[in-house]
Unconditional design. Structure first.
Length: 129
């Protein structure tokens, strides 16, 4: 799997793509592979303020329920409500249509502290040893 170069990645397997002061957040292809078939998502309300690494929802698969962690802090300005109706998109397009939330990023330094694609790929490889 090759990970999008313009994303930043967390050790919790979430990604963020920043454009201006907005960060689109989702889970990585590696995360969806570990989860298996996703059957349910719980996402936050627009207007909620999150801290970096704060739980913003849950993803439920046939194997387990996992918490979702925001890689950056800020206010939730958009939620992918379509995803709650079609959670299986997380398995088919985790880096595209299956984005989960958009946050107005509070501190750009939080973004720069996340891994780039090469570092994330190395991290995933080291985890599976």
């Amino acid at each position: 799997m090759s990970y999008p170069q313009d994303f930043r990645y967390s050790k919790d397997h979430e990604w963020v793509r920043v454009a201006g002061d907005l960060g689109t957040v989702g889970i990585t292809d590696h995360a969806q592979e570990q989860l298996g078939d996703v059957v349910f998502l719980e996402l936050p309300e627009v207007g909620r303020t999150l801290a970096a690494n704060e739980v913003f929802g849950t993803v439920e698969s046939v194997k387990a329920v996992s918490e979702l962690f925001s890689p950056v802090g800020g206010e939730v300005v958009k939620v992918n409500t379509d995803l709650t109706k079609t959670p299986e998109k997380v398995n088919t397009d985790p880096h595209g249509e299956a984005w989960m939330i958009v946050v107005k990023v509070k501190d750009a330094k939080e973004v720069s502290s996340l891994m780039d694609a090469a570092a994330y790929e190395a991290y995933v490889a080291s985890e599976s040893k």
